[in-house]
Structure formats: C-alpha cells, structure tokens
Design a protein around this ligand. Structure first.
Ligand SMILES: [Zn+2]
Length: 220
C-alpha cells in the first residue's frame, strides 16, 4: 500500500464515522459548528473546540476559527507544534461548509507569533504533529472505537486531521516553499524592513486543494 493510499484509507475511516454522526458538516459538526448558527460569525477569538485540540503532552495543538473566510469556507485550522522559545506554526487549512479541505495558506510570523523556520524544516517539525497518545495509529483507532460516544468526537477529529495532513504533504510543502519564495521577493522590494513583523504582509502564500480529486471521492 502506498503511503498516500494508507493515509487516505485512515482519513476515510474517520470521515465515515463523523459523516454518519454529522451528515451535513462532517468534522465541523464534531467541532460544534453549523452553517445555520455560524454563517456570519467573524470573531477570530472564538476557537473550536473552545479550549483547542491538544495532545496530552501539550506538544501538538490546533484550533479552528473564523475570520476573513471566503463565501465557500467555514473557517480554518491553525496547526502548532511545540518548540522553544515559541511554537512553530505550520499553515492554516481552510475547510468548505461540507467539512472538506478547500485551501491552504501561510501567514506571516507576526500573525501567530511563532518560531520562524524555512519550508523543509517546518515540515520536518510537523511530521511529529499528533493528538493521539498511542504510539501506533491503529491502536489509537481501536481505543477511539471503544470510547463512549460523548467523548469520541475530538479524538476522532485528531485522527482525521493527522491523516489529512499526511495526505496533503505535497500541497503543504508547495505552499511552504511559495511562502519562502514570496518572502524573499519582498526582502528585495523592501530592503531594511523586518518583514516578519510587517503588518501589511499577512498572508504569504496560498494553495488551493481539490479534495474530491485527491481523495477520489465521487461528489453526488
Ligand atoms: Zn486564522
């Protein structure tokens, strides 16, 4: 089984359970978001889940929120991985209202206050990003399957995201490389300015995702 096929299969396992539970919004439903109540929400301070999704050792973290969302987008996840003195931010991953990935984008350092690393190093760091405690994915899945329904949603979201990030490795790397290239261009255009703190530069690169194509989903 190729790596992509394996991660896709894992993603589909999580997706199936989430979709049964939340037919309309999938993973968004598990996070407590619905189009009816959150359509016009623009408060970026509101995180879903409220206290963020964290690994037990606090090394990996993500949250979903809404600000500057495009019409088709429900909002986006921000992913962080522990690092001293500041955490590292991977990218933001926007979902459409169906609860599927729509686009990736990178933000400038001042937005998330992170430790800045070049593309390759940033991705290396995120190979360790996971919410589960179990060493093996299959064990985490088994534990999750036997959980009480009321506590199952967030561990499922963690597994869903972990496999999704693995599936999106080429797109993530491309988006990070574009970020570094664009930043280098800006350095030429604005010599002497600390661009990482330049508030006029917020989003540094974008990468659209055709998830139905990547996942081989037939949209009905
Ligand atoms: Zn954001």
């Amino acid at each position: 089984m190729s790596t992509l096929v394996l991660h896709l299969w894992r993603w589909q396992q999580c997706e199936q359970v989430l979709r049964l539970r939340y037919p309309k919004h999938g993973v968004l439903g598990a996070l407590g978001i619905s189009r009816a109540t959150h359509r016009s929400l623009r408060d970026e301070q509101l995180h879903f889940p409220e206290l963020d999704l964290k690994s037990k050792n606090d090394k990996s973290l993500c949250f979903f929120h809404r600000h500057d969302a495009k019409q088709v987008e429900a909002g986006h996840f921000h992913f962080f991985q522990h690092h001293q003195p500041e955490d590292v931010h991977l990218l933001a991953l926007a979902l459409n209202w169906h609860g599927w990935p729509h686009r990736l984008f990178s933000v400038n350092r001042w937005v998330t206050g992170e430790t800045w690393m070049p593309a390759t190093q940033t991705w290396q760091h995120f190979k360790k990003w996971r919410i589960r405690t179990e060493r093996r994915w299959v064990d985490a899945w088994r534990v999750c399957e036997h959980m009480d329904r009321s506590t199952q949603d967030l561990p499922l979201v963690g597994l869903w995201l972990e496999s999704l990030l693995a599936c999106l490795e080429p797109q993530i790397k491309a988006c990070l490389r574009a970020r570094d290239r664009n930043l280098a261009d800006w350095i030429d255009r604005k010599p002497g300015v600390n661009l990482l703190e330049d508030q006029s530069l917020e989003v540094l690169s974008e990468q659209s995702i055709c998830w139905t194509e990547t996942a081989g989903i037939v949209d009905r």
